[in-house]
Design a binder for this molecule. Structure first.
Ligand code: TYD
Length: 210
């Protein structure tokens, strides 16, 4: 069976954080990884865009003034994900480790869907090509909160992605995804409250007690 085998038959666990910019997902991903380690799990912390050639092109595009066609974005995000899965995610899952990943294919569904591409098709194609997560924690905040938080850490570094109306569409795309593995968490509360909700989600969904 390839990397996309039935998640119940592979040794590791793939836990993904999703949300709009400023949702607090990166902070929560790091906290959760630390708690999993304290509980004795072998954890690999990773993120997308993955640091590779396609990932670098994506960052340049996001910083640059020239808009890039959504189809080109889609191709680059898929390319960095192939490398990410091959080099990091699939080997860790095969070793039986817990992968905590900050953004994964639902980012492509939501963001490139918000750019006008067919979100359903992206979702189906992603699920057939890449390992399906055991749990995706979608940290939901409203766009104004996300933008405030992003501004508080030094303003939008990537203006191509961080425009309010666009983020409203991204948020709507996330909200429209119907998958058993996707769980929405209220990210508007303080970090400790969000962390508690995440621990509860892991217990209920994966049987992991932290
Ligand atoms: P982000 O996690 O914000 O990285 P950083 O903290 O380094 O800025 O991701 C960068 C942007 O890329 C973010 O706005 C979401 C976007 N993105 C997509 O549009 N599609 C994708 O598939 C992924 C992984 C990210």
């Amino acid at each position: 069976m390839g990397v996309n085998g039935d998640p119940t038959h592979r040794p590791g666990l793939l836990i993904v954080f999703e949300g709009i910019d400023g949702s607090g997902k990166s902070t929560q991903a790091a906290r959760l990884a630390a708690r999993l380690r304290e509980a004795g799990h072998a954890v690999v912390e990773t993120r997308e865009p993955y640091d590779c050639e396609a990932g670098r092109r994506i960052r340049e595009m996001a910083r640059g003034p020239e808009p890039v066609a959504p189809e080109q974005e889609l191709a680059w995000f898929a390319e960095q994900r192939r490398e990410h899965v091959r080099e990091v995610i699939a080997p860790a899952l095969a070793r039986g480790e817990v992968v905590v990943c900050d953004r994964y294919f639902l980012s492509t569904v939501a963001y490139q869907g918000a750019r006008g591409l067919d979100a359903d098709a992206i979702l189906r194609e992603s699920e057939s090509e890449f390992p399906i997560p055991d749990l995706v924690l979608f940290i939901r905040v409203d766009v104004a909160t996300g933008l405030d938080r992003a501004a508080a850490r030094g303003g939008p570094a990537e203006p191509a992605f961080e425009e309010a109306r666009f983020l409203e569409r991204v948020s709507a795309q996330y909200g429209a995804i119907e998958r058993e593995y996707l769980m929405e968490i209220d990210g508007s509360a303080d970090p400790d409250t969000v962390a508690t909700a995440l621990s509860r989600a892991l217990r209920d969904r994966l049987g992991i007690v932290l």
